[in-house]
Design a protein around this ligand. Structure first.
Ligand code: SAM
Length: 354
């Protein structure tokens, strides 16, 4: 019944309208792929077309095809005056759409006006770093020891209240908020959202990492999950009309309802070619969040951008974005990842006739 309500299509009846709708959708999807310069789609089924569109990877070949951006503003990252380098946004410059802002996110967010973002996807410090790390010569195990991830418990609570306060102010009413966390912080974040701010929690997604690093102490289970809280920016009882692209999720899951347990391996080396970050998220996880919770043209905020994974995936799906990150080294990596998308676009456009 929920499917019927949200789609208007009877889930059990293969009506003429449904068939027509299906055929139109397939045609649209093929046109979209053609527009992006992707090839080899004529024999693909609808679900495969959607997968190809969303990942840029041919579903039958499993080879990475360069992402391309069609429409919107096409900018040459190498030309001057475009404002692609990280900028310290002081409130006087032009609004930094599709830019990485360098600075402390709480200060930067305080300079933005209310209710401008459709969605926030963010991966904040988890407060899981330790001053002394454990290592093992025969494994790639590392204990995080990042300064930006070390807080006293009370300070972490206050820091989380402060940045969530700003994010809720900047998000539109009923806008989506996706926050990553591990057991170290997820209960604190959930408590703040639910009990302090009375926000509606829609769901908790479990990201299962099948290739998580082993536990070298052998005193506990091997940590192999992270959580993503999906909340909506409205009081629990008032929340309504949030974005959820049910059909796209279903299509990406072999035409079965998408579940909230996602098995996705750790970030691929090819996504880390411009430099390493200890907690860079795989594009595949962000990809699902963006396709599920936003629409083309939406403006997405990530106040803890790191290597800019949210920006990269947002660009691939024609969403607008603003990233904030305080470490220059991570901003340089993020900038290179974003610039790569644009240079591929320029190489391709100079070889074709559009
Ligand atoms: C968990 S990482 C995000 C990684 C990111 N999701 C990616 O895929 O690369 C959190 C990031 O927040 C940044 N950070 C921590 N505190 C910050 C603050 N107050 N303002 C801005 N950035 C901050 C850290 O430097 C770090 O890169």
């Amino acid at each position: 019944m929920i499917e019927y309500l949200s789609t208007g299509i009877h889930p059990l009846r293969n009506t003429v309208e449904q068939v027509n709708h299906h055929q139109m959708r397939v045609k649209e999807l093929r046109e979209e792929l053609k527009g992006r310069g992707l090839k080899g789609y004529s024999s693909l089924k609808k679900t495969q077309l959607i997968e190809y569109l969303s990942t840029g990877i041919h579903p039958l070949k499993n080879t990475q095809v360069s992402p391309k951006i069609v429409g919107g503003e096409i900018r040459d990252p190498s030309s001057e005056g475009i404002g692609y380098s990280p900028t310290l946004f002081g409130g006087t410059e032009e609004f930094p759409i599709n830019q990485i802002v360098s600075g402390d996110c709480i200060n930067v967010m305080r300079s933005f006006p209310d209710g401008i973002f459709d969605c926030c996807i963010t991966d904040p410090p988890f407060n899981m770093s330790r001053k002394k790390g454990l290592g093992w010569a025969f494994s790639s195990h590392v204990t995080m020891q990042e300064q930006w991830d070390i807080f006293a418990q009370d300070d972490y609570f206050q820091f989380t209240v402060d940045w969530i306060t700003e994010v809720l102010r900047l998000l539109k009413t009923n806008g989506n908020l996706f926050i990553f966390g591990s057991f170290h912080c997820i209960f604190t974040i959930g408590f703040i959202l639910q009990s302090l701010f009375n926000r509606r929690i829609i769901s908790q997604i479990v990201w299962y990492k099948p290739n998580a690093q082993p536990n070298i102490t052998c005193r506990m289970f091997t940590e192999s999950t992270e959580f993503i809280i999906w909340a909506v920016n409205n009081e629990s009882k008032k929340a309504k009309n949030w974005t959820f692209n049910y059909q796209i999720m279903k299509a990406m899951n072999n035409n079965k309802q998408m579940r909230n347990m996602w098995e996705i391996p750790l970030t691929k080396p090819s996504e880390r070619k411009y430099g390493k970050h200890p907690s860079q998220k795989p594009s595949a996880v962000i990809n699902r969040l963006i396709l599920a919770g936003t629409n083309e043209g939406d403006l997405i905020l990530d106040p803890f951008s790191g290597t800019g994974t949210t920006a990269v995936v947002a660009e691939q799906h024609k969403r607008k974005w603003i990233m904030i990150e305080k470490e220059d080294e991570y901003n340089r990596i993020a900038q290179k990842r974003v610039d790569e998308l644009f240079s591929e676009l320029f190489e391709d456009s100079s070889n074709s006739d559009w």
